[in-house]
Design a protein around this ligand. Structure first.
Ligand code: SF4
Length: 346
């Protein structure tokens, strides 16, 4: 009978310590191996040079280290880098490095494909194949940090969960990955520099508030009118804006942290004064800022970027109502690395 070896990174530090104690070794050995696995991102037991050969063989006989491989790297002429990341079972996800003058941001995936069905998004067409494990999320960050140091001479400064997948549909694994990313035993990054972006799953937003998470929350809003949002994000029928509003009020009451709304303006869909007024009203519920994001057409998509005049109307009206608004130019368009374009195309 073939016994499948366990992925060693699914073990907690305590469990690793217990493993060594059960082998009549010192619990401390567990700490050493844990450090190799997370802080030093070892891909094989042979790299663990302060561990005896005998112990490495014992580990080899009992465990595997499932790690990602960066299959292809595409570099945009604006400095953006897109990684196609092969997982241990052969599936592929994408992650993106976005450099600006002041920061380098990793945009990471949380699922292979996506559980949701936003009509403007290339990932939605892949459907959800599976959730990523915490180590697969963590490894994407490590890979991008290395590229940031190599190509931009500085470490990664920020992380956004805006790649493939709905992070709140893989909540436990996303949380575990963030714990490792922020832990001094992992990458030691500040949780203030991490943003989880959701399309709006009210029950999970409340759960995050109850769990007292320290990272930032962004919501892909795109419309504050119930019927319009449902027409472009069909799951809005299950998670309507009225429930989303209530969950965001709950989040703010508990965390006192402002929310970012991600918002794309499309021609003929959400570019009228009625759409703008609805957004202004929605923005009054909890302290927030709005990021107006440039749209990146996907092949055979029915969506078109709205006119400059419509965008201008949004900006002027939001500013007049004292709502903080930024316009985000998309990056990496020439390599299909921009928001909503991640679909494992090469
Ligand atoms: S926009 Fe986000 S939530 Fe919607 S289908 Fe795409 S990846 Fe999923």
């Amino acid at each position: 009978m073939i016994t499948k070896k366990k992925d060693i990174r699914s073990l907690t530090k305590e469990q690793l310590r217990d493993f060594f104690v059960a082998q009549d070794d010192k619990a401390f050995r567990g700490n050493q191996v844990y450090e190799w696995l997370w802080q030093k991102s070892a891909h094989s037991f042979n790299e663990m040079t302060n561990i005896s050969l005998e112990t490495r063989q014992l580990l080899e006989a009992n465990f595997v280290i499932n790690h990602i491989e960066v299959d292809t790297i595409q570099r945009s002429n604006d400095g953006t880098i897109k990684n196609a990341v092969r997982l241990h079972d052969g599936l592929v996800v994408e992650s993106v490095l976005i450099p600006t003058k002041t920061r380098t941001t990793a945009c990471v995936s949380s699922q292979v494909g996506c559980s949701l069905d936003c009509l403007f998004c290339a990932t939605a067409r892949l459907k959800r194949m599976r959730n990523l494990n915490p180590d697969e999320i963590y490894d994407q960050v490590v890979a991008i940090d290395k590229e940031s140091r190599l190509y931009h001479n500085r470490p990664l400064s920020n992380i956004v969960f805006m790649g493939m997948g709905e992070p709140l549909m893989n909540y436990n694994n996303v949380l575990k990955a963030i714990e490792k990313i922020t832990s001094p035993e992992g990458l030691g990054m500040s949780s203030k520099r991490i943003t989880v972006s959701t399309s709006g799953v009210p029950k999970m937003i409340k759960k995050m508030a109850d769990d007292d998470v320290k990272f930032n929350l962004a919501v892909s809003l795109h419309s504050a009118i119930e019927e319009v949002r449902t027409s472009i994000m069909p799951f809005n029928e299950t998670f309507p804006l009225s429930d989303l509003k209530e969950s965001l009020e709950y989040w703010y009451a508990k965390t006192k942290r402002m929310i970012s709304y991600e918002y794309v303006v499309w021609k003929g869909i959400n570019d009228s004064q009625k759409d703008i007024d609805a957004l202004v009203k929605f923005c009054k519920y909890v302290p927030c800022k709005v990021n107006i994001i440039e749209y990146n057409p996907i092949d055979d998509g029915d969506f078109e970027q709205a006119s400059h005049k419509a965008l201008d109307n949004y900006l002027k009206t939001l500013e007049k109502n004292r709502i903080v608004v930024n316009v985000r130019r998309s990056r990496g368009k020439d390599i299909d690395a921009a928001c909503g374009q991640l679909a494992n195309k090469k």
